[in-house]
Design a binder for this molecule. Structure first.
Ligand SMILES: Cc1cc2nc3c(=O)[nH]c(=O)nc-3n(C[C@H](O)[C@H](O)[C@H](O)COP(=O)(O)O)c2cc1C
Length: 190
């Protein structure tokens, strides 16, 4: 452990991390009949076998303790049409708690955690492990239920803005000053 090296200032860290474009999710939980959720981008796959995801939740988030107590959560990957939902579950429109679910269509899969019916994909998980680190808890979720759409463009967040993803055109390799064409035989001259 290199504890001797000082960390950079938190604000410098935030400025840098804002440039990491990330897919936007809503992480939900349900326990003892209470539902809650939050918008989250600190979400990643951990392993495929077993299928596990990793979700970092601030301990001040009101859904944090519900995830802990119910030992379950669902990661709902948002599509571009879910921008208002993302703002709501980020507390941007002032609505908190179970009222957040008044918009969107919600169902369940295995654990009872709320599943957004038209999420691009939803991973219903049991929490296998929870690791506290500084202000957040890292929840390791084992996926026990899944739903996924064929269509839909993901909602993305970068530099404080919501947007979407578009593929960049593939560049064909240049050879000998002219673009390679699929018809030319290797080493042949026209
Ligand atoms: C795009 C975006 C991504 C976010 N990612 C996370 C995250 O990964 N983990 C987290 O704890 N909070 C994250 N937040 C903040 C929570 O969504 C926000 O604090 C929310 O209001 C917490 O719920 P609460 O109001 O019920 O406490 C994010 C916010 C936004 C706008």
């Amino acid at each position: 452990m290199r504890r001797d090296l000082p960390s950079i200032p938190a604000e410098a860290f935030r400025v840098g991390m804002r440039r990491l474009a990330a897919g936007v999710t809503i992480v939900t939980a349900m326990h003892d009949g209470a539902r809650n959720g939050l918008t989250a981008t600190a979400v990643t796959s951990l392993s495929a076998d077993p299928p596990q995801v990793l979700v970092c939740v601030n301990r001040t988030a009101t859904a944090h303790d519900l995830i802990h107590r119910g030992a379950a959560l669902c990661v709902n990957i948002l599509a571009q049409e879910h921008r208002d939902l993302a703002a709501r579950f980020a507390g941007m429109d002032g609505v908190h708690g179970p009222e957040r679910f008044d918009i969107g269509t919600w169902t369940t899969l295995v654990t009872g955690s709320p599943v957004l019916s038209d999420a691009i994909a939803a991973f219903d998980c049991v929490v296998d492990e929870a690791v506290d680190s500084a202000t957040h808890t890292i929840f390791i979720g084992r996926v026990v239920g899944i739903s996924a759409r064929e269509d839909g463009r993901p909602l993305v967040y970068e530099a404080g803005r919501f947007g979407t993803f578009s593929a960049t055109p593939e560049r064909r390799p240049r050879t000998g000053g002219v673009r390679a064409s699929s018809t030319r035989r290797r080493g042949s001259r026209r």
